[in-house]
Design a protein around this ligand. Structure first.
Ligand code: SF4
Length: 500
């Protein structure tokens, strides 16, 4: 049977022939992660904005595949190519493949109507797989008889600043790929032929899992494909910063477990992870940790941020994918040993950045260490706020000077086998202070959930009762982050005299 392959099926082939076979014959086995589904949502959102950018007067027509079905969508697209209006999601089927073009723009050339095709992506640069995608798109459209004059890929320009008032001109940056896309016709034909022969097989290709399972997309068949692969008790991937090349070489030799990894391949940190994991013992250099912290007195502050990013900015003065701070928790440990907590959370739906910066400067006092966990993140956000709000710049940058990072201390001085080679606070906290548990929190239990809760909290359709519930869950979550830091500090500093 000769099949017609969609562009996404051909992209699946480009990632892995087995993926294509499974997509066609066993789609029931596919399980898309939450991250993959979220990326689809971002793609739809950027597609909607692209229609407004390329058709500001609303003269164009959008093909609705869901409602019209494939055959009607192809027929209508062919009819619309005789008109002179922008077409969105125009569908073409020819030469064994089918594809839908994000944007088709009519143009006049030498007295004839020709078309400019634009593929819109939510990424911030052109990737290699976009080039394959555009090559397929161009091939199918040309085979279907479309007079293509130009082919471009538009991606998000992360340096663009949203001026407000729904004015999204400038959000997308175009790259002309006409010559390249049109020169790859034979390659695309080869992919279609290859796809035909792969799906004609009665069983799936024999291909093991590897780097290709996550590149360029996380493959939804991973659980299925890895089901019979060795499940070591202490996987090699627990070794921190272990080179993937070395890991692959070990896998070829059948080495999957830490116990079989030669010490000669390991640096000191990796050796420690191996030794203490296999011995099921805790490493704690208490004297070293106390020395690291000895230079910092009380009062001390313990700070954590929550942020949100939008591919399509919603607040004036912000950039696509900019990390925007909407919440912080701050624990303050006074010289007396008294512990207090304050918080900031803005669910008004307005840009929270400036009120956040004001509240932060006001809450952190003038002196004393400001402890964070993984300082690069918080320091970068503070720097950005300082750039955006010059009147607060001096105070914000002074704050950055006081930041002390607990992560490197944890990394150097502590390791519990349950961390499985990770020093994320979500791994370190249950190891050191088991009674503080993120999974005991109501609703929001990690950063991703905090972002989702924030989005729901600022949505105009969210009722007051639900909003209040979200507010409490976010406050509790962020408070646990900073309380966790206080307790880590206490253990590392050896201050068991304090009741925290
Ligand atoms: S999980 Fe990996 S091996 Fe399996 S189909 Fe996907 S990419 Fe191919």
């Amino acid at each position: 049977m000769i099949r017609t392959f969609s562009k996404s099926k051909l992209m699946a082939l480009r990632q892995c022939p087995k993926r294509l076979w499974l997509e066609v014959h066993r789609p029931d086995l596919r399980e898309d992660s939450a991250a993959t589904q979220a990326s689809f949502q971002v793609g739809f959102q950027v597609g909607d904005i692209a229609q407004r950018i390329y058709d500001p007067e609303g003269l164009g027509v959008a093909i609705d595949l869901q409602n019209e079905g494939f055959n009607r969508a192809f027929e209508r697209s062919a009819e619309l190519l005789h008109s002179a209006q922008p077409i969105f999601e125009a569908g073409f089927s020819s030469a064994g493949a089918l594809a839908f073009a994000d944007v088709m723009l009519p143009e006049q050339k030498d007295g004839k109507q020709v078309w400019r095709m634009v593929e819109v992506k939510s990424s911030t640069s052109v990737k290699d797989y976009h080039r394959d995608d555009v090559a397929v798109q161009a091939f199918v459209a040309q085979s279907a008889g479309v007079l293509l004059d130009a082919i471009a890929l538009a991606h998000i320009d992360s340096s663009w600043v949203y001026p407000g008032n729904e004015d999204y001109r400038g959000l997308l940056k175009e790259n002309d790929l006409t010559a390249e896309a049109l020169s790859r016709t034979d390659e695309v034909k080869g992919w279609i032929t290859q796809a035909q022969s792969i799906v004609a097989e009665s069983s799936e290709p024999v291909i093991g899992t590897g780097d290709h399972c996550g590149t360029p997309f996380e493959c939804g068949f991973y659980d299925y494909c890895s089901r019979d692969e060795p499940k070591p008790e202490h996987p090699v991937c627990w070794l921190p910063r272990f080179s993937s090349t070395k890991a692959k070489e070990l896998a070829i030799q059948g080495v999957y477990d830490l116990k079989d990894v030669s010490d000669a391949l390991l640096n000191d940190k990796q050796q420690r992870v191996k030794d203490y994991t296999l011995a099921n013992e805790v490493f704690f250099d208490a004297a070293g940790a106390a020395t690291d912290l000895a230079a910092h007195d009380l009062p001390a502050y313990f700070l954590d941020f929550e942020t949100i990013q939008f591919a399509v900015p919603i607040w004036k003065g912000t950039r696509p994918y900019q990390q925007i701070t909407f919440q912080f928790s701050l624990h303050t440990l006074a010289v007396s040993g008294q512990l207090e907590q304050t918080a900031f959370l803005d669910l008004s739906g307005n840009n929270p950045s400036e009120p956040f910066a004001h509240a932060l400067v006001g809450a952190c006092g003038k002196q004393g260490p400001v402890y964070v966990y993984n300082a690069g993140f918080e320091k970068a956000r503070i720097r950005e706020l300082a750039e955006r709000y010059p009147h607060l710049s001096e105070s914000l940058l002074a704050l950055n000077e006081r930041v002390v990072d607990l992560l490197p201390i944890a990394r150097e001085r502590y390791y519990h086998p349950s961390q499985q080679g990770s020093w994320s606070i979500k791994k370190v906290l249950p190891a050191i202070i088991p009674e503080l548990r993120y999974d005991a929190l109501d609703g929001v239990q990690d950063g991703g959930m905090a972002m989702d809760a924030f989005l729901e909290g600022i949505h105009p359709n969210t009722c007051a009762e639900r909003k209040a519930q979200i507010e409490q869950q976010l406050l509790d979550y962020c408070k646990l982050d900073t309380h966790a830091m206080v307790r880590l500090w206490q253990v590392f500093a050896g201050r068991t005299d304090l009741k925290l």
